[in-house]
Each structure stands twice: as structure tokens, then as C-alpha cells.
Design a protein around this ligand. Structure first.
Ligand code: PLP
Length: 426
């Protein structure tokens, strides 16, 4: 089925006479008629729910819907996008390992990988999104366990060359992980281009309404953990898990080994699972995702075109814009679109950027993006203030850069607001 249909129907099939909408199963526990049955479920944890720290029917239905949209074998929701990226990497890397990461990614992820994972003994080696095959090959070490990228980098709007990064990862026998938050599966399905694992901050377009934070990890099922090379690099997939009474993930769960291991080890131990109520709200957002995305793209394209023609604007980045440096990659990976997010630089730097932002009425100044309402943010002084100047440059962020996230208001009203605010920049 196509995306619009999956958004509405995947993940939950009501039985005869049961609720038409997946109900909120507001219960931490599930009752069974015998200790033996509970023992059984501990042995076969994917067959029933036992405890809502790592599985819940409402969340499960949303996980199945997102897996269907991405074309994966399974998904696991988390309580934030940060938790999704953390778990996606920790499911592969332990102390003493390294990962390779495109430098054009979300600032929070840069900090997580470069600062916090370092404290856990995991080294992140950053590479340019434009690295050649030779440069990518040179970044690999004996202990490299995965490669990480972001489909449309927040906020630099650099489009990841998914095939290039996936091929490099596969040449070195490791999976390619990609944060698909801004593109959503509606604009890009990274598994079709060779990515192995997809993550999202569902806080953004998937929720869409700015009502709850969340994340998700989706497993393509395509990475073969049972080759001799993989067994040596990732013994946790093919050797008995002492913390789970000897389970061998590849034997018991086949192509879902990665995502089941992630749930049974990391979610069980760290417990960053969303509540049923959050999943219910996320599901409402997902129901309209495929209808909303084209409108965000159309509004953003109109805004990008207008800004490019303004003499108060120094530069505009929008992958959907013809002539944008990312447009060729957008044609290949995003059906020529660029999501609802634009970044641009006002002439006169930071001070003028702030003047413009404070003069907007409709677009609100808020620390959010990919919302149903238009919003605006100054990365250098807000979300990315923890980055050094060099990290800002590597992440593609100019100090005067504004990130404008187009909502679903009428385009005439969005443009009027921008025109009025630009006129106030003196
Ligand atoms: C917002 C964001 C995150 C972090 O997600 P949270 O839900 O805020 O934890 C990760 N990656 C990208 C691309 C994001 O935009």
C-alpha cells in the first residue's frame, strides 16, 4: 500500500467489534493465569506484553505503522529522538569502539556523540558530508562499528549522499545508520538506498503538532550479522546473551535481531520507553503525515523563492530550490523536495537576524522545528550554542543564519509576515 493508506491503517487491525482506533492501553502490567505462562513469555519476549518499560500495545501499534512506512522489519519507539540515536549506536558500540559520522548532523547528536559517548569510551570520528570514497575509507579503524548520517541535516540542510555512505560502511563490514527526521519516510525511504537502520525524532514532522516528544529506531532487517566478518565484529548478535538466559538473537529473531536486541538489552536496562498516551498522540500525527508533507514542501518552496529574490537576504539554503547546492542530491533522494525547513542568512549578520525574528508576528520564535505552525529559530544563539566556532562551521552553520520552519498556514499569510518583518530590518 501507499504512504497515505499506511499512515491511516498500518499497525492496528481492529478485530470484530473492537475499537476502530487503537485505544490507549494505560496499564504498566499484563495479567496471566500462571507463573509458567509468564516464564514462557520471558523466554519469548516478542509474543506478549509483560511490562510497559519496554513494550505496550498502543506503542507497539505505532511502531508497526512506522516500520511499515519505512519498509523495515521492526521498530522501537523511544521517549525522545536523542534516546533513539543513543540506543541505535549503543546497540552496536561498546567502550573501546568507534563510529564514523557525517559532520552535517543535528547539534544535539554532535554533542551526544562527541562529548557524552566519549565519556563512555566510544570515539566518534567526524567526516565531511562531501568526503570522497578514499577519505571515507581512511576514516575506518579496526574498532569502527557503524557509520551515521542525517538525510537532511538540521539546520544546515545538507542532504546526505546515502548510497555513498552506505557503500562505504558496507565495504568495511558495518551498518549505515541514518537519522531521517526532516525527510520522513514520505520524502525518503533510506532503506531503498542501502541504509540499514533509520532513526527519527518523532517530535518533529511525525508528531507534527508540537504536543509530545519522542523518537523511533527502525530496522531494515538487511544487515547480515551472521557472516564470518560480522560475527567477529558483532559477537553479541550471534553468541548467547548471558543477560537474557542465553538467547542468540540471530537464531531466535532472524532478520529482526538488531531491533529485538535493542529492546531486550537497552530498553530493558535504560527504560526510555514512551507512554501509551504519547504513542496515541503520535499516532494521530502520523495519520496525516503523508498529506501534510507535500504542503510543507510547497509552502517552503514558495518562501525560499521569495527570500532568494530579496535584496536583504545574503543567501538561502533549501534543497528543494533549483540551483541550491543540495538540489541534485534532493532530486536523487527526496523526489526533488526539501521538507518545510529553510535556512537563510540576512545581510548584516547576527544583529539583523535577531531584528528580523523579533519583528515576525505569525511565525513564532520557539525552540522547535517541523511544527504544523510556522516557527523560526537562531541556531547560533539557541540550539547550537554549545558548539565551538569550528563545530558550527563544520555543521554548516553561519552565525547570521536563521532557520525558518514553514507551517501549514496559508502561504499568502506566511509571505506577508516575512515581508513585513524584512521591511523592519534597518
Ligand atoms: C530534534 C532532533 C533530534 C533530537 O530529537 P528530540 O526528540 O528533541 O530528542 C535528533 N535528530 C534530529 C534531526 C532532530 O531534528
Amino acid at each position: 500500500m501507499k504512504d497515505e493508506t499506511l499512515c491511516l491503517h498500518a499497525g492496528y487491525e481492529p478485530e470484530n467489534g473492537s475499537p476502530g482506533v487503537m485505544p490507549i492501553v494505560q496499564s504498566t502490567t499484563y495479567r496471566f493465569d500462571s507463573t509458567e505462562r509468564i516464564g514462557d513469555i520471558f523466554d519469548h519476549p516478542t509474543e506478549a506484553y509483560i511490562y510497559s518499560r519496554f513494550a505496550n500495545p498502543t506503542v507497539d501499534a505505532v511502531e508497526k505503522k512506522i516500520a511499515a512506512l519505512e519498509g523495515g522489519v521492526g521498530a522501537m519507539c523511544t521517549s525522545s529522538g536523542q534516546a533513539a540515536n543513543l540506543f541505535a549506536v549503543l546497540n552496536l558500540c561498546s567502550a573501546g569502539d568507534s563510529l564514523i559520522c557525517s559532520s552535517a548532523i543535528y547539534g544535539g547528536t554532535i554533542n551526544l556523540f562527541a562529548v557524552t559517548l566519549k565519556r563512555f569510551g566510544i570515539e566518534c570520528i567526524f567526516v565531511s558530508p562531501e568526503a570522497t570514497d578514499e577519505e571515507l575509507d581512511a576514516a575506518f579503524k579496526e574498532n569502527t562499528k557503524c557509520v551515521f548520517g542525517e538525510t537532511i541535516a538540521n539546520p544546515a540542510l545538507v542532504v546526505c549522499d546515502i548510497e555513498k555512505f552506505a557503500n562505504a560502511a558496507h565495504r568495511h563490514g558495518v551498518p549505515f545508520l541514518i537519522d531521517n527526521t526532516f525527510a520522513t519516510p514520505v520524502l525518503c525511504k533510506p532503506f531503498e538506498f542501502g541504509a540499514d537502520i533509520v532513526t527519527h525524532s518523532t517530535t518533529k514532522y511525525m508528531d507534527g503538532h508540537a504536543v509530545q516528544g519522542g523518537g523511533v529506531i527502525v530496522d531494515s532487517g538487511n544487515f547480515d550479522w551472521t557472516t564470518p566478518e560480522a560475527m567477529q565484529k558483532f559477537p553479541e548478535f550471534t553468541e548467547p546473551d548471558a543477560s537474557y538466559h542465553g538467547t542468540v538473537y540471530t537464531e531466535e529473531f532472524g532478520r529482526s535481531a538488531y531491533i529485538v536486541k535493542c529492546r531486550m538489552q537497552l530498553m530493558r536496562d535504560f527504560g526510555a520507553y514512551p507512554s501509551a498516551h504519547s504513542a496515541f498522540l503520535l499516532n494521530l500525527g502520523l495519520e496525516t503525515l503523508a498529506v501534510r508533507m507535500p504542503r510543507y514542501c510547497a509552502n517552503a518552496l514558495a518562501v525560499a523563492k521569495f527570500l532568494s529574490s530579496s535584496d536583504k537576504v545574503e543567501s538561502v539554503s533549501y534543497p528543494g530550490l533549483e540551483g541550491d547546492r543540495e538540489h541534485a542530491l534532493a532530486e536523487k533522494y527526496l523526489k526533488g523536495h526539501g521538507s518545510g525547513v529553510i535556512s537563510f542568512v540576512i545581510k548584516g549578520g547576527k544583529e539583523k537576524a535577531v531584528q528580523f525574528m523579533d519583528a515576525l508576528h505569525l511565525a513564532c520564535n520557539e525552540v522547535h522545528v517541523a511544527d504544523i505552525r510556522s516557527c523560526v529559530l537562531h541556531p547560533a544563539s539557541e540550539t547550537h550554542r554549545q558548539l565551538t566556532d569550528e563545530q558550527l562551521v563544520a555543521a554548516g552553520i553561519n552565525p547570521g543564519m536563521i532557520r525558518f520552519s514553514c507551517g501549514l498556514e496559508n502561504i499568502d499569510d506566511i509571505l506577508d509576515d516575512i515581508k513585513r518583518a524584512l521591511a523592519k530590518v534597518k
